[in-house]
Design a protein around this ligand. Structure first.
Ligand SMILES: Cc1cc2nc3c(=O)[nH]c(=O)nc-3n(C[C@H](O)[C@H](O)[C@H](O)COP(=O)(O)O)c2cc1C
Length: 170
């Protein structure tokens, strides 16, 4: 039996990019939260990605109900947005920034992000405490060039200090 705390300590060493995952609650307003669990699944034939959402996250029901969401990949300049979207303290202030727009699905797209992936859910899978939402991307915006991504590692937000391309890649 693995100690869940040991699992969490190990996972704190896994550096990840940070995204804001947003949706529009049917008959309601915008919702969203900060996520490191976004993963590209496939570029072809259908550009697809997934995100793992704890069922206790307040927009979990809205994600199910709307069937759409937008993944907004944050730059190193937006650690404050990541904090706002990962703390339940000021949920009502999450969409006050004037840089929020919307793309094809109507889910909030953050023009201050590095990139936004507007998505339609194609399948879900319940795994332990989380739902995995697999989605196809219907619109993409690349907002920022020459800006570094926001990283989350060892419980804190950070930027990239060293960029070395793996041998043999473009
Ligand atoms: C850097 C970071 C990444 C996170 N990634 C995820 C994630 O991928 N999935 C998830 O369910 N919660 C994740 N969380 C936790 C949620 O962001 C946090 O519980 C948030 O407050 C949930 O939104 P709510 O307050 O509206 O319920 C993450 C938190 C942080 C700080």
């Amino acid at each position: 039996m693995i100690d869940p705390l040991l699992f969490k300590r190990g996972m704190r060493r896994l550096a990840s990019g940070v995204s804001l995952v947003t949706t529009i609650e049917p008959g309601g307003g915008p919702k969203g939260f900060a996520a490191t669990s976004v993963t590209a699944v496939s570029a072809e034939p259908t550009p697809s990605l997934l995100v793992c959402v704890n069922r206790q996250v307040s927009c979990h029901g809205a994600l199910h109900a709307s069937g759409v969401f937008c993944v907004n990949v944050l730059s190193e300049h937006d650690a404050a947005m990541a904090q706002l979207f990962s703390s339940s303290e000021h949920r009502d202030r999450r969409f006050l920034d004037p840089r929020w727009e919307s793309l094809a699905t109507g889910s909030p797209a953050f023009a201050g992000a590095l990139a936004s992936f507007d998505c339609e859910v194609v399948s879900t899978m319940e795994v332990e405490s989380h739902t995995i939402f697999v989605a196809r991307t219907v619109e993409i915006r690349l907002w920022g060039e020459d800006v570094q991504p926001l990283l989350y590692v060892d419980g804190r937000f950070d930027g990239l200090r060293l960029a070395v391309a793996p041998t043999g890649t473009a």
